[in-house]
Design a protein around this ligand. Structure first.
Ligand code: CMP
Length: 135
């Protein structure tokens, strides 16, 4: 089934000039880019987007990191897009991260982990609405 999902290319990957390589990996895997946005997170937007992580031990670090530079958001489409993008991104935790994944190639730390992707159809819809203003 064709699905939509959101990919964020995070500040460390932008600073490290990995945008092109990451987009190349996802396009070669069959994802279609439906929309793209270059923007800077604000604290208000972080509190909305990452609301489920407010109060967690890593939230302050995540906040500081996401404010540190620009982010690229991509609205992507593909068969089973949500599951597939999470596979090719790899695990957040470097201990359990699979080799060859985008995070294994471009993450600097557990926080500066290069990319984010939606984890369910509900969150994909919610995150695409927040970042692209869809209604
Ligand atoms: P992301 O997929 O964007 O979702 C939450 C983010 O919090 C995660 O990627 C990381 O950037 C950051 N983070 C830092 N530490 C952790 C942790 N221990 N578990 C999950 N996410 C973490």
């Amino acid at each position: 089934m064709i699905e939509s999902t959101l990919l964020l290319i995070k500040p460390n990957a932008v600073k490290n000039k990995n945008i092109g390589e990451i987009i190349s990996i996802i396009e070669k895997d069959g994802f279609l880019i439906k929309n793209i946005r270059y923007f800077r997170f604000t604290e208000d937007l972080i509190n909305i987007f990452y609301k489920d992580h407010i109060g967690k031990s890593f939230f302050d670090n995540l906040n500081k990191f996401m404010l540190s530079d620009v982010t690229i958001a991509l609205h992507l489409e593909r068969d089973k897009a949500i599951e597939r993008l999470r596979q090719i991104n790899g695990d957040t935790d470097p201990e359990t991260r699979e080799t060859g994944t985008i995070r294994s190639l471009f993450a600097d730390t557990i926080t500066a982990n290069a990319v984010h992707s939606s984890d369910s159809p509900q969150n994909a819809k919610r995150e695409l609405e927040i970042i692209f203003g869809y209604r």
